[in-house]
Design a protein around this ligand. Structure first.
Ligand code: GRF
Length: 211
């Protein structure tokens, strides 16, 4: 079983999806720790409800990014984390931290990367008038929302969509995609070659989801 830590800042709906997946029999990963940088993160209660131990590392208690990331790293090591999943974690990590966890640190982002990096990805998709949006799970590199793409799911953008309706349609797919990506990694089916993640046995690629 792959030992996973999940980092959150907010409501934790993706955390919930990962918790639910890890509860399935034979799922090859388990969550050993949930860490939040905000004591008010709603996801902390989800972890507690699932009997998963939590740590709050409040970024306001640390002098800077290096000190915060050092505390984070220490907690992850202390609990034997082998893979770190960012799930709505709203802190930029230092290049040193990212390098220390290279190819063992993944993120989910609500766009089809490399389009619409950063905050307000759904707004960006609407403003650009794209007809297909989606979400991406990727290995984390120092530059925000970049790194080898492990999995993506696409959804249509409808003519009457607003940010909320599009975000909800994407989020539904995030909850499917993140556990799928985690399973692939935990089964050892994902390797990184240069800037790309290669998924064994996935030559045809995933089907586009319609909803
Ligand atoms: C999700 O849209 C995720 O893609 C983005 O932040 C949001 C987190 O939502 N990185 P939640 O906290 O998992 O509900």
């Amino acid at each position: 079983m792959l030992r996973v830590a999940v980092l959150i800042s907010g409501r934790g709906s993706n955390l919930q999806a990962l918790i639910d997946a890890c509860r399935q029999p034979d799922f090859p990963a388990g969550i050993v720790r949930v860490i939040a940088n905000r004591p008010t993160a709603g996801g902390l209660a989800r972890a507690a409800d699932a009997g998963i131990a939590t740590t709050v590392i409040d970024h306001r208690d640390h002098a800077g990014r290096d000190a915060f990331d050092a505390a984070l790293n220490k907690d992850l090591r202390a609990h034997g984390a082998e893979l770190v999943c960012l799930a709505g974690f709203m802190r930029i990590l230092t290049p040193g931290f990212v390098a220390a966890w290279r190819d063992r640190l993944i993120n989910i982002h609500p766009s089809l990367l490399p389009s619409f990096k950063g905050l307000d990805a759904q707004r960006g998709a609407l403003d650009a008038g794209v007809k297909i949006a989606g979400c991406t799970v990727h290995f984390v590199r120092a530059e925000m929302d970049s790194g080898p793409i492990i999995a993506q799911a696409a959804v249509p953008v409808l003519a009457d969509d607003d940010e909320q309706s599009l975000a909800a349609r994407i989020l539904e797919q995030e909850h499917v995609l993140y556990p799928q990506a985690l399973k692939l990694i935990a089964r050892g089916r994902v390797r990184v070659e240069g800037d790309r993640a290669i998924v064994d046995g996935d030559a045809a690629g995933p089907a586009m989801r319609r909803r």
